[in-house]
Design a protein around this ligand. Sequence first.
Ligand code: 3H9
Length: 689
Amino acid sequence: MAEGDRVLFEPYGNVAVLRVRNPPVNALSAEVRVGLAEGVRRAEAEPGLRAVVIVCDGRTFFAGADITEFGKPPREPSLPVVCDLIEKAAKPVIAAMHGTALGGGLEVALACHGRVAVPSAKLGLPEVNLGLLPGAGGTQRLPRLAGVERALEMITSGKPIGAREALEAGIIDALVEEDGLLEGALAHARERVGVPLRRVRDLDDALAAARGRPEAFSDFRQANGRKFRGFRAPEACIQAVEAAVNLSFEEGLAVERRLFLELLASPESAAQRYAFFAERQAAKVPDLPEDTPTLPIERVGVLGAGTMGGGIAMTFLNAGLPVTLVETSQAALDRGVAAIRRNYEESARKGRVTAEAAEQRMGLLAPTLDRSALADRDLVIEAVFEDMAIKLEVFAQLDAVVKPGAILATNTSYLDVNAIAAATSRPESVIGLHFFSPANVMRLLEVVRGDRTAKPVIATAMQLAKRIGKTAVLVGVCHGFVGNRMLAARQREATQLILEGALPWDVDRVLYDFGLPMGPFAMADLAGLDIGWSRETSTGSTVREVLCEMDRRGQKTGAGFYDYDEARRATPSPVVEQVILAFSEERGFERRAVSDHEILQRCIHPMINEGARILEEGIASRASDIDVVWINGYGWPAYRGGPMFYADQIGPARVLESLQALQAAHGEQFKPAPLLTRLASEGRRFQDL
Ligand code: 3H9
């Protein structure tokens, strides 16, 4: 497509239609901005034309500024300039929205004199997710239209709202027929001809109301402190909206611009923009051609109605897929179904789904004790106890029952998918689908490819992930795959550190301050210290075992590494401290002061090292895939871009140095991976691989 073709100029009677064609998402690239500016100027100049409509071809209205342009030399005209030109035009300009009008896209619409949308359209300012703020007037215009509260909510959460809600909030002027967007917009434009132009910059009612409530901003900061922790952009978003309230429109725009440029240059935004592309990259599998056929998945079976099985079932029910849920005992089945029902009732109570939708989802669930009910399923996922012997038996049975060609998936988090596949007569149909707990909430799905898994089966799993709202990363077979294997490296060091001199709360605090949702010991307490532990076989050979023997089995027993009150608030336990001191002494450790710096290095650098090995072995295809796993499955802070991105930020050479020092002091577990050594010597980064 020639550059000039990005924006077509089409007169419809006395209305100029600017039709944008910049697939896939009509990002506002330089060519589009030029086309818009020229189109508006031309419409202004032609006397027969009385109004302008901006509409986009393809699946969506502008999905925002072109993110790939960030960090490159700026090209004129900038988006704020285009928005200014539109708003100052003497003829009415109407935005006609469908799909997702996001970021700079919505900002263009806010600069227009009228806005219409089809009911299915979604509108939002997601810049905050990229570590940015709306930089083309969004922070100044949205509060003028929709009020400060809503603007703060939309801008700092980045969550889009539906067109109906946007209409109620005053963000758009009218809804138009789903298949009559252009006609509706033309009619709206013609109504505006000869009527004084409504420029959002001139509105002041909502701002005047906010001037009477200056505490609204501090309240908002306080209410969201935890959510915004560590991120730079939300505070800048709030300051920009504050400027809208307290300054003139032009002064407010200047504040917005300054803050936008500061954020654009920040390491947080660099990391979050990297994460955005990393996630999209993960969906592309190097050796899987785009035309790989996929299998139709319409009916799903889940074996095991425990926490994992129930969560997995809900994930599919939420996507409208019928699920047959199989258990071995009526009691377990009843418990599982009741838990799913409770979960939906809770969601309905909180207004996350309508009661009707919740009922509909329950209606798609078929609980049964009869495994033969799985015979006609297109996909069966096993979520039974994590024990190889049991898995092998289950897969042999599934192989006998489920129709040929159906996909048989295991939700194992550690075990050898090849061995599981070998228990069937169709290893090509066997794959790992490692969901994270709670499966209906966590976005990550590790798709584990066995040696013999067929390509259409892999392609189907990757496509299905998107359909059920998961972020999939394809990984190979090894103990713990990508996420848990790296977690084990961290866990090993955390356990060691408390023997050498740190206490659990020291380690947890350092990792929490780094940006993780919680440290390893708080996490262990949450999950239960007794996973895989039994009193009969316990030998008291780890602190964890000792705590279990004392019936300190985590939050559920009110005590684990921490003591818990009725509200499950944690406090460091003096008892545990004594246990650790005694344990250390018994093992011959001379306890010493361990610095926060050491804790961080010892927990994070071995993870990076393990990540490098994972890459060497081809278990993950790219460093960014590893980062997607950590951000979406383990709460790694997006503003640090994932462990491998973090390694690139500090530099592979420095990570190598620290591992070598740790190796000299503590042993071979810190031996640097050859890949890391190579990158360091070549002055390259994981991203360059
Ligand atoms: C902004 O607007 C700043 C302004 O306030 C101020 C400026 C001064 N740019 O996600 P998909 C690519 S910041 C460039 O798989 P979906 C994407 O990489 C922006 N490329 O599709 C992918 O490429 P590929 C604020 C973009 O249907 C392809 O399009 N806006 C952009 O699942 C398909 O994407 C946002 O943050 C972009 N803006 O979801 C919205 N967006 O095929 C970001 C997408 O090569 N975008 N691409 O991998 C989205 O949220 C989703 O893409 C969207 C579609 C919901 C639109």
